[in-house]
Design a binder for this molecule. Structure first.
Ligand code: MRU
Length: 349
């Protein structure tokens, strides 16, 4: 059975958030233990922990471990400190809805327990954070099972950014069907786009697939059309950071271009994500806030300047793929097909 790295979890004593610093991969596997709001915020902002589900897990555990340090003398004061940390962590990254979903789940749990003692509330917060992590593991497997039902051995699969184990607490979303297929002896040929500017595709996806023994080939992002034209791609599998009620899906910048190419070449485009990434409160992709990141990530890419000093760079971190280009959205609860406004609503009963 394939085992992936759990990139965000509690330490053994359950008093710190333990994350693998993904900015150092593939060269170094370094773990950090964090327990203060500023370093947890920084870790999310700087992508030491990243990927929509993992950000949510890190924030939930982070909120719990920060609450352990509270010196509040009563529940009211404890609650005020809790809200302040929650609001602060919520400012770390705007696009992935899982961050807000996980923080809201922790807050709802707090409110359900507010008539108890501070110690009992802390136990409840621990329980909620652990549930968020273990439910995510189960959701990944379910996504994998549904996704695999659409694939056949020997297929060529294209993926983008990292929606694998490093982005979740389990087998990932887009990579979960690939892992489950490999467990069954399928021979997929996976193409992983580098994913400029931060190279999650080559640094992280290629790293974890290669480690798991999956046949993976990296390509530069601008090679997708050629590789599709050569007939090497049978399906595109990508993750998502927020799926709007009409099916428009935000994912790493560059995803929408791949979707348009897949449409042109008649290749199925699958978006894979847990139900926690579907945001029925966001009507369309136009309502999704796109994170803008620093110019240096483009102009100062590989530890040295890759553009002249002073030249402007524009760096949106995500884009939105219009629902019309998406063949299916694969969730832990099943496969959803157009018309998404109807089918996504039905998915939530
Ligand atoms: O900026 P990142 O690395 O957090 O972006 C990650 C992605 O875009 C992933 O595809 C997405 O979060 C899904 S992860 C299961």
């Amino acid at each position: 059975m394939i085992k992936t790295i759990v990139p965000a979890e509690l330490n053994e004593k359950k008093d710190k958030l333990r994350i693998m610093d993904q900015t150092l991969l593939p060269n170094e596997e370094k773990w950090l233990e964090l327990d203060d709001p500023e370093s947890i915020w920084e870790a999310i902002k700087m992508l030491r922990v990243r990927g929509a589900p993992a950000i949510g897990i890190a924030a939930a555990i982070g909120l719990y471990v920060c609450s352990l340090r509270s010196q509040a003398g009563n529940v009211f004061e404890f609650g005020k400190e809790f809200e302040k940390i929650k609001d602060y962590l919520a400012t770390s990254r705007p696009t992935a809805v899982n961050l807000f979903w996980a923080l809201n789940r922790m807050t709802d749990r707090f409110h359900r327990e507010k008539n108890k003692s501070i110690d009992e509330i802390k136990w409840a917060l621990l329980d909620e954070a652990e549930k968020i992590l273990s439910e995510d593991q189960a959701m990944c497997r379910a996504i994998g099972r549904h996704g695999l039902s659409l694939l056949k051995s020997e297929m060529g699969l294209l993926t983008y950014c990292n929606a694998g184990g490093l982005a979740t607490s389990g087998l990932g979303t887009a990579l979960a069907p690939i892992y489950l297929g490999c467990e069954k002896g399928y021979n997929f040929k996976v193409f992983s786009c580098e994913t400029r500017p931060l190279l999650q595709g080559s640094r992280l996806t290629a790293y974890e697939l290669d480690k798991a023994g999956v046949d993976v080939t990296i390509i530069c992002d601008n090679m997708v059309s050629q590789v599709m034209k050569e007939g090497k791609i049978d399906a595109v599998l990508v993750g998502c950071d927020r799926v709007a009620a009409n099916g428009d899906s935000a994912n790493k910048i560059g995803t929408s271009g791949i979707a348009i190419l897949a449409w042109e070449y008649g290749i199925p485009m699958y978006i894979l994500g847990p139900t926690s990434t579907i945001d029925l409160d966001t009507p369309t992709g136009a309502d999704i806030k796109i994170e803008l990141r620093g110019e240096d990530e483009i102009g100062n890419s590989f530890g040295r300047r890759t553009a002249p000093e002073g030249v402007k760079a524009y760096n949106p971190a995500f884009d939105v793929t219009d629902a019309k280009y998406i063949t299916a959205i694969i969730t832990d609860r099943g496969i959803v097909k157009p018309p998404y406004t109807k089918t996504l609503m039905e998915l939530f009963g």
